[in-house]
Design a protein around this ligand. Sequence first.
Ligand code: PLP
Length: 384
Amino acid sequence: MQFPVYLDHAATTPIAPEVAEAMAPYLSSRFGNPSSLHSVGAEAREGIEAARESVADALGADPDEIVFTGGGTEADNLAVKGACLAAYGKRRHVLVSAIEHHAVLDSARSLRVLGFDVETIPVDCTGRVSAEDVERRLRPDTALVSVMTANNEVGTIQPIEEIAAVCRARGALFHSDAVQAFGQLDLNVRRLGVDLLSISAHKVYGPKGVGALYVRRGVRIAPLLDGGGQERGLRGGTHNVAGIVGMHAAVRGLRRGQTEERARIAILRDRLVAAVLAETPGARLSGHPVDRLANNAHFCFPQIEGEALLLALDADGICASAGSACSSGSTEPSHVLMAMGVDRDVARGALRVTLGRGTTREQIDYAAGRIIAHVAELRALRRL
Ligand code: PLP
């Protein structure tokens, strides 16, 4: 069996060989600055524009609606702060769901110093936001609503089309963080009806530190980085050419056999969930039972500490997560589980397992066996 058994694809994915291959020339001979007028610059510019077309195509957008960023966090910051800064003085209400990634939550909260009124939209026990609830909370001065396409911890998929429709009807901009959904769901910005949508390359077998924000034509946002006027003035700074070319190759890779791959992964995920729930008394599957990302299994095991379980699994060569990679290291239970109404003590025993291209049935059976054994051991130790 292949070690490590990497089951943390929501944190990041391995770089696909074709991605590294596509990037290599841009780290050596194709070193040009895409803003330069000469031929070396043109070569880099062509790389970026080809990537823009491919990312736009993958989202059902037009190339001039794509802004390359330094990753998902930056795309979220640009969407939330950029949309609100552009509305400054005209609209001052912001709605964000309680289970957003901190890139959205903290971006919204940072706007309070400017006088924005930031309101949190609650979720039900499966982690879902209701479009009716969003509609009730909308105000004439709502500048922006932000609800993620799918949650990074528990995998719950949101009713984005419905939420977008109520926002559009009431004249509020709608942003969705699709960092986890990209590559896992078929996203089409026109069908979804979003105004702004964030994605990141490293969740889809591309490089870290590169992402994109879809900005619907006609939507005004303020830049966060002023500089050389790159990306139509929305993101100053010399482009990360190799990263953007890598994102292009990663997006190309998503087109191949996606449906079969998602079905394969969902079967493996269901096998893991069934085994763990059958053999571990009190274990719960968090998130929505059906409307969840195909590669996500998230458990809460009462009477254990998730971190102890993670360390035990790591010693067995299994890489998983207690929740989101970004909040690991903190002893506070996840804000996502708290928002879903999970009991604090139960939330401490969280384990997120996220599958990917390299995951095999053998690895899943091994991981299920080790999870079951370690939860029993850790509980027995607690009783001593
Ligand atoms: N949004 C979500 C839902 C994520 O899961 C992540 C990364 O974990 C981010 C945003 C941040 O993306 P990046 O790591 O590219 O900054």
